[in-house]
Design a protein. Structure first.
Length: 395
C-alpha cells in the first residue's frame, strides 16, 4: 500500500510540473518558427529559451525589444552571433533572470542594452555572454550584472556583479541613485581581466570591490563601503596621453566612510600631465596601502598612504594594441605565496601575474569550444576542505 501511495503522489507531482520551452526565431518564420524576436518574447513564459537563427550575410532583425520575463537568448548556429538592430530594454523584477549570449548590436550608438529601473522586492540578474554591444546601462539598484567575453564600444555601467574578459571604452561601477540598496547581494563587485581603453572606476558605497588583472588607461575610486576591504591588484595601467590626475586616483575627500584599499603588484606607465604622481589620494579616512607596485616613471605618490617595496624608473614595455607587458615586471610583485603566478613562481607585477592572470581569460574568443569566465583556486592548502570555484558558458 505504501508503494502504491508513493507512486500516486509522484504521478500527481509530475502532472503539475511546468517545463521550460524552446522557442525558435528564424528569418521569415521558416519551419514554423517566429519571424521576430518580439513575437517570441510575447509567446514565451518565464524560464523559456529563445533560440535565434543568424540571418544570411549578417542581416539584422530590425526591432526594439522589451524583455519583461526571465528568458535565455542564444544563437541557433553554434559560435555565431545573431544581429538585432535596435534597443534592448530589460524591465527588472524580483527574481527575474535574463541571459543573453551571442548577440551583436552592430556599430550603431543608439542600440544599447538598458535596465529600465530599480528592482522592487528583490533582485534582478542579467547575464551577458560573448556579445558585441554599444553601451550597457545596468547601474540600477538591486540589479546584478554578470558580463564576460563581450565587446562594448562605449560605456559598461553596472551597480553590482562580475565583469571578466570584456573590452570597453569605460567600465563604471556605480548606482544611479546612490540610495542604499534595499535587497543587498551577498557577493562583492569583481572586475577581472578586462581591457579598458580609458577609465575603470568605482563610484558607490554599497559593496567591496576587487579590480584584478585589468589592462586600463586609468583606475579611479570615488566611493567606498563603510568599513570595507577593497583590492586593486595585478593591473597594468598604461596611458599615452597626459591627464589631470594620477593613473591610480583615489578621490574620497568628501566621503566620511572608513575602510581599506590595498594597491599591490600593479605595473604603471603614463605621460606626466598636471601631476607626476603614480598614485594620488584625497582621502583622510580610508586606510590605503601601496606595495610591490612598479612604474616606468619615478615612483611618486601624493596624499597619505602606507608604502612598502614600490619601485620607480623600471624598464618595462607596454603595448596597448597586443595588450602585452614585458621587462622588469617579471618576479617584481609580492613574494607571498598567495600571489604566486600560475606556474607557482613569484608574482609578476601587472596583468599577467597571480592566479587571476590575463592568460585565464584571453583570448576571449577561443574558437568552437566553451569559455571559462571565472576560476578561483587556492594558492596554498593547509588541511581542511579544498574549495575551487568556477563558471563558464558555451558560445
Amino acid at each position: 500500500m505504501t508503494k502504491q501511495l508513493l507512486i500516486i503522489a509522484f504521478a500527481g507531482l509530475s502532472s503539475t510540473m511546468a517545463y521550460a520551452a524552446d522557442l525558435y526565431v528564424r528569418n521569415s518564420g521558416t519551419g514554423g518558427a517566429y519571424s521576430t524576436v518580439s513575437a517570441a518574447i510575447t509567446a514565451a513564459s518565464d524560464g523559456d529559451k529563445i533560440i535565434i537563427q543568424p540571418k544570411t550575410n549578417g542581416d539584422p532583425y530590425i526591432e526594439n525589444l522589451i524583455i519583461n520575463k526571465s528568458l535565455t537568448f542564444v544563437s541557433e548556429t553554434n559560435f555565431s552571433r545573431y544581429f538585432i538592430k535596435g534597443t534592448i530594454t530589460i524591465n527588472p523584477a524580483a527574481g527575474r533572470v535574463v541571459s543573453i549570449s551571442n548577440l551583436t548590436s552592430g556599430n550603431y550608438t543608439i542600440n544599447d542594452v538598458t535596465v529600465s529601473g530599480a528592482t522592487a522586492g528583490g533582485r534582478t540578474t542579467i547575464n551577458l555572454w560573448n556579445c558585441d554591444l554599444n553601451n550597457v546601462y545596468a547601474n540600477q539598484s538591486n540589479v546584478t550584472t554578470n558580463i564576460s567575453g563581450c565587446t562594448v564600444r562605449g560605456a559598461l555601467n553596472f551597480s553590482h556583479g562580475r565583469a571578466t574578459a570584456n573590452k570597453a571604452q569605460f567600465i563604471t561601477v556605480r548606482s544611479s541613485s546612490n540610495v542604499q540598496e534595499s535587497y543587498m547581494a551577498t557577493s562583492d563587485v569583481e572586475v577581472f581581466g578586462n581591457i579598458v581603453d580609458d577609465v575603470l572606476s568605482y563610484t558607490q558605497p554599497f559593496y567591496d570591490f576587487k579590480f584584478y588583472n585589468n589592462f586600463s588607461g586609468r583606475l579611479s575610486v570615488h566611493g567606498i563601503k563603510n568599513g570595507g576591504s577593497n583590492e586593486i591588484i595585478n593591473n597594468s595601467i598604461y596611458s599615452t596621453v597626459s591627464g589631470d590626475v594620477a593613473p591610480i586616483w583615489i578621490s574620497l575627500n568628501s566621503s566620511t566612510g572608513t575602510g581599506n584599499i590595498a594597491i599591490m603588484n600593479n605595473a604603471i606607465s603614463f605621460v606626466v600631465g598636471q601631476t607626476n604622481a603614480c598614485i594620488q589620494t584625497y582621502s583622510n579616512n580610508v586606510n590605503i596601502t601601496a606595495s610591490y607596485n612598479v612604474s616606468t616613471n619615478p615612483f611618486i605618490t601624493e596624499g597619505t598612504m602606507n608604502q612598502s617595496n614600490n619601485s620607480g624608473s623600471v624598464n618595462m614595455n607596454f603595448n596597448n594594441t597586443t595588450y602585452t607587458l614585458t621587462g622588469m615586471n617579471v618576479n617584481a610583485g609580492s613574494p607571498d605565496v598567495n600571489y604566486t603566478d600560475l606556474d607557482l613562481t613569484r608574482n609578476d607585477a601587472g596583468h599577467y601575474g597571480g592566479s587571476n592572470s590575463w592568460a585565464n581569460y584571453w583570448p576571449a574568443n577561443v574558437g568552437t569550444r566553451p569559455q571559462i569566465n571565472y576560476l578561483v583556486t587556492p594558492r596554498s592548502i593547509n588541511g581542511g576542505t579544498l574549495n575551487i570555484n568556477g563558471s563558464g558558458f558555451s558560445k
